[in-house]
Write a protein that binds this ligand. Structure first.
Ligand code: HEM
Length: 420
């Protein structure tokens, strides 16, 4: 997940499509190659049928560039938790350096652990519990904005403002810091929206500008908190500056925390409401038992997760599920497909918020890069669904949904609803 990882995805995934575009038999090739098809319109609309095809073909599918892909839950998990795989080749450069640095998401050990330890205290169970009342306040205000009688776009009116509001407050950004919160939200959205990669030179330039503006804002925030510490994330981070972590590393970390937590959560909220509206019996059940909200969040993460894939590179020649994997070879882990693995989730295509999850889905990944913000994302989404089901049980779709055109991040771009 992230720009860095998407740059890696470009290596193992995008180029495969690019190459096949060069081939004269482009359409025939893409049609035959399920991995390439994931990047086409068909694959975007319904990646799950492509995943099913991959599953039927075996546990590891070779890709056109000589890498491998899997939708198998057990194999994906074993790769993610293995010490002989990493997010970049052992002595390799960060594939993202050309755009911007995504801190520990894009580092192997020991750098990964050194940097992650700095941010981790801000996501401890105690700290996350402390964010509850702020999230409740925000959700309360946003639910009020939906209850207007007119159809509204759920993504614009609710799913996008919630995570940006939570992160802004978590960092401790308010009027007293001298930071323009509206500009912060705007740049945050621009960077968050880039998770799926860079589409053009112009887009790259815009992102670099947003990243530079963001860095300046974070520099200022850290300076303010260095002299006036509070009970917030910026103060936690700035206290660590020095021996363990340099100032520039701290700034990249701030950008990571913002980018990783934004678009992902927007799409979790969008996917959850969409799934519940497409399964009216499940929505009805949630309105009768709002305490099932946490289950509905887990089921959404399994059934239609916001982050559809990640990838790892092998540090050495080895075997995975009996298949030889060479040093330097990448394995594409199709997280969205692993949630539909029938070996782990019986009747996997059914969306059922009462399902008891024996094994955890891989929507937050696994191993050392397991999503640091998972407890926060879960809390936000649970409070949101609980409040929506209790206060607006009459929510209905009020027009056609438009899905994002992106494939790494999956979710609705517009979801018109009426709350009346
Ligand atoms: C539904 C919401 C979210 C989803 C689906 C999600 C998903 C993920 C995934 C799949 C990874 C690992 C990628 C890999 O293994 O290659 C990850 C890592 C990460 N996430 Fe999240 N995330 C979400 C929300 C958040 C939030 C709210 C934050 C923080 C505010 C956050 C911060 C991070 C960080 C810092 C990492 C890097 C962890 C590491 O490399 O050690 N995420 N996330």
């Amino acid at each position: 997940m992230g720009i860095a990882q998407d740059a890696r995805a470009a290596l193992v995934f995008g180029q495969e499509v690019y190459r096949s575009k060069l081939s004269t038999a482009y359409h025939a090739t893409v049609h035959r190659d399920p991995i390439a098809r994931l990047r086409t319109r068909d694959g975007r609309v319904d990646p799950y049928s492509v995943y099913a095809e991959l599953r039927a073909g075996g546990v590891l599918t070779p890709t056109r560039l000589g890498n491998l892909a899997t939708v198998d839950h057990a194999i994906a998990k074993s790769v993610l938790t293995s010490r002989s795989f990493g997010v970049r080749p052992e002595d390799g450069p960060a594939s993202s350096e050309a755009t911007f640095d995504l801190s520990f998401l894009d580092r192997n050990e020991p750098d990964h652990g050194r940097l992650r330890r700095v941010a981790a205290p801000a996501f401890s169970p105690r700290m996350v519990r402390g964010y509850r009342s702020r999230i409740e306040e925000l959700v309360d205000a946003l639910v009020g904005r939906l209850a207007v009688g007119e159809p509204v776009d759920f993504v614009h009116a609710f799913a996008a403002p919630l995570p940006i509001g939570v992160i802004t407050r978590m960092f401790g950004i308010d009027e007293n810091t001298g930071i323009d919160t509206a500009a912060f939200a705007r740049y945050g959205a621009a960077l968050g929206g880039s998770l799926d990669g860079i589409h053009s030179l112009r887009h790259a330039r815009e992102l670099m500008q947003a990243a530079a503006a963001m860095q300046t804002m974070f520099e200022r925030l850290l300076e303010v908190r260095a002299v006036d510490p509070r009970d917030d994330l910026a103060s936690v981070l700035v206290a660590e500056r020095g021996d363990q972590v340099r100032s520039d590393e701290l700034l990249s970390m701030c950008v990571l925390l913002l980018v990783a937590g934004f678009e992902t959560t927007v799409n979790l909220l969008g996917n959850a409401l969409l799934a519940l509206q497409d399964h009216p019996d499940q929505w009805q059940l949630l309105t009768e038992q709002p305490e099932l909200a946490g289950h509905a969040v887990e089921e959404t993460l399994r059934w239609n997760p916001p982050v559809q894939r990640t990838e790892r590179v092998s540090f050495r020649d080895q075997e995975v599920a009996g298949v030889p994997v060479r040093q330097g070879q990448w394995i594409l882990l199709l997280l969205g497909g692993t949630g539909r693995d029938p070996q782990v989730f019986p009747d996997p295509d059914r969306f059922d918020i009462t399902r008891s999850h024996g094994a955890e889905h891989l929507a937050f990944s696994s191993g050392i890069h397991y999503c640091l913000g998972a407890p926060l994302a879960r809390l936000e989404a649970t409070i949101a669904l609980e409040q929506l089901a209790m206060r607006l049980p009459g929510i209905r779709r009020a027009g056609p949904v438009t899905m994002r055109r992106t494939t790494l991040i999956r979710g609705p771009l517009h979801l018109p609803i009426s709350a009346g």
